[in-house]
Design a protein around this ligand. Sequence first.
Ligand code: ATP
Length: 192
Amino acid sequence: MRLKSMFLHGFKSFARPTRLNFSEGITAIVGPNGGGKSNVVDAIRWVFGEQSMKQLRAEEKFDIIFAGSSSTPAGSFAYVELVFEHDGDTLSVARSLSSDGKNVYMLNGEPVRLKDIHERFAGTGVGKELYSIVGQGQIERITNAMPQEMRMLFEEAAGTSFYREKKREALVRLENVSNNLARIEDLLIELD
Ligand code: ATP
């Protein structure tokens, strides 16, 4: 899965609609300090549902909406769309937040739950906490990772983490069913 392009409008310093196209190979984003380079990475994390304000370098969730400058008034929403190329197909994932609190996630233009986005990207390494986004100082975190965390990264790379989550959900359902069965058996005994 390859990030082909992204579109930002009203996200942090990207007040105006901005499209970034990434060609094959390595892309380096250069610019002056405070120019908005890290905001591009924040935008990717945000689309994948980053909840940590620290990771987004914000105080609260509305801080990612353009706050205004001497020449441009503050925005009323933030919108970010990421376009991926996957097996010859195009997959777009987007998120918008308006200042009245309306938050929408989208897959190929259709509103979805964040869970649907995570499921669609499971096993690809793409996501807010996965190895595809390595922020400043995080290489050390990965090289010093505890075996369990390291295993999580390998499972994601191998594409098996999706099944681990499905197994966990199935086990919870099984547990509920066996609790219900036990309750029914108790009732049957009482009726006898
Ligand atoms: P450095 O090279 O120093 O790491 P950078 O290019 O990575 O800098 P960023 O940290 O991405 O820069 O951008 C910081 C800039 O984004 C600051 O000028 C800050 O004022 C601006 N910014 C952050 N949030 C908002 C917002 N909500 N509205 C407007 N501007 C914002």
